[in-house]
Ligand binder design. Structure first.
Ligand code: ATP
Length: 324
């Protein structure tokens, strides 16, 4: 392999730039060329490429988002779209791809590999941490820190006014952000899709904490939680059943996806970038690089896509014990 292409695809996450930087510099270290592909698979179809050397990734390790931009490409889902993409890669002399993204991006990479036998490696980039085969995805740690910081601020106002706050956090169908940030921010209750607390138990728990002398409360809710109501309906439900509570809702939204990556995400991105490039150079393809027991490891892309990233049962127990 003489030339590797790198792209970011799907939702952006903090740490993607640090991963691009690592991929580019690992290529330079091994004396091979590196090409940045703009806007994920859409840029591949349009031939939107840029030669990248060690100096083209100066001062990006600390930046959120992705300098290569990201996109969702409907055209890449079609054989015609992937054919155009392949022709562009061949024309450019690109012989392998590093795809930084989520499970959709990995599915596209596998599809591309099966049609053209093109070497691909995935780096998991999403704040949701919902990818099998890695304890941490890029951006997850930064998002946790952002959420904890926000909840700390909300707590200041909650306790000044004796209020109950429902704070909705991201995570799609997974409760990793809610559970970890909820514990870290000292939430009174954490609602996640993996565990159905039930409305009755939520009311009981809130009544109990009021009776025990708590004057304010924070309840963290994962956006994918299936308690049966959205967060605003939940507020109405609780207020009508527990009139003693003055309830406010805060939906944290996209701020969770932005910001300067944490040190953890920068180091993780650097490690995963090196491993992705060196694996390709070793002739490995169709794997995702990830982290297990603080060791960089490889998981077949097909497993990363199909497997479910389980919620940490020990953390659930910790949360049950310390939120009472
Ligand atoms: P996020 O976790 O942020 O959603 P993602 O990588 O899962 O990231 P998707 O929008 O699902 O994001 O996928 C990104 C892109 O991957 C799609 O826009 C499409 O171009 C490509 N892709 C996804 N699924 C397929 C598929 N089945 N076949 C071909 N390409 C696909």
């Amino acid at each position: 392999i003489k030339k590797i292409g790198v792209l970011t695809s799907g939702g952006d996450s903090p740490g993607m730039n640090a991963a691009i930087r690592s991929v580019v510099r690992t290529c330079a270290y091994h004396n091979i060329e590196c090409v940045g592909i703009y806007r994920g698979y859409q840029g591949m179809i349009e031939g939107d490429f840029i030669e990248m050397g060690p100096r083209s990734v100066n001062n990006i390790i600390n930046k959120g988002g992705t300098i290569l931009k990201s996109a969702r490409s409907a055209e890449f889902r079609t054989p015609e779209g992937r054919k155009k993409a392949h022709e562009n890669l061949v024309k450019e002399g690109i012989e392998a791809l590093v795809v930084i993204g989520g499970d959709g991006s990995f599915t596209g990479a596998l599809m591309f590999n099966s049609e053209y036998n093109f070497p691909v490696m995935g780096i998991p980039g999403t704040i949701d941490n919902d990818i099998y085969g890695t304890s941490h995805t890029l951006g997850y740690d930064t998002a946790l820190n952002t959420v904890v910081d926000c909840i700390d601020k909300i707590r200041d106002t909650a306790s000044s006014h004796n209020r109950l706050f429902f704070v909705e956090v991201m995570g799609r169908d997974a409760g990793h952000i809610a559970l970890n940030a909820g514990i870290g921010a000292g939430a009174e209750e954490i609602l996640i899709p993996e565990e159905d607390l039930g409305l009755e138990r939520l009311l009981e728990s809130l009544q109990k904490s009021k009776a025990s002398g708590k004057s304010s409360s924070i309840v963290v809710i994962a956006e994918g939680d299936k308690i049966g109501k959205n967060v605003f309906e939940l507020k109405d439900y609780v207020e009508s059943n527990l009139p003693e509570y003055d309830v406010r809702v805060s939906v944290l939204g996209h701020m969770q996806r932005g910001g300067s990556p944490s040190c953890f995400d920068r180091v993780l991105a650097s490690r995963l970038g090196v491993k992705a490039v060196e694996s390709l150079l070793d002739g490995v393809s169709n794997f995702m690089v990830g982290l297990k027991n603080d060791t960089v490891n490889l998981t077949p892309l097909v497993q990363a896509i199909k497997g479910k990233s389980e919620i940490d049962r020990e953390l659930l127990r910790v949360s049950d014990i310390i939120t009472t």
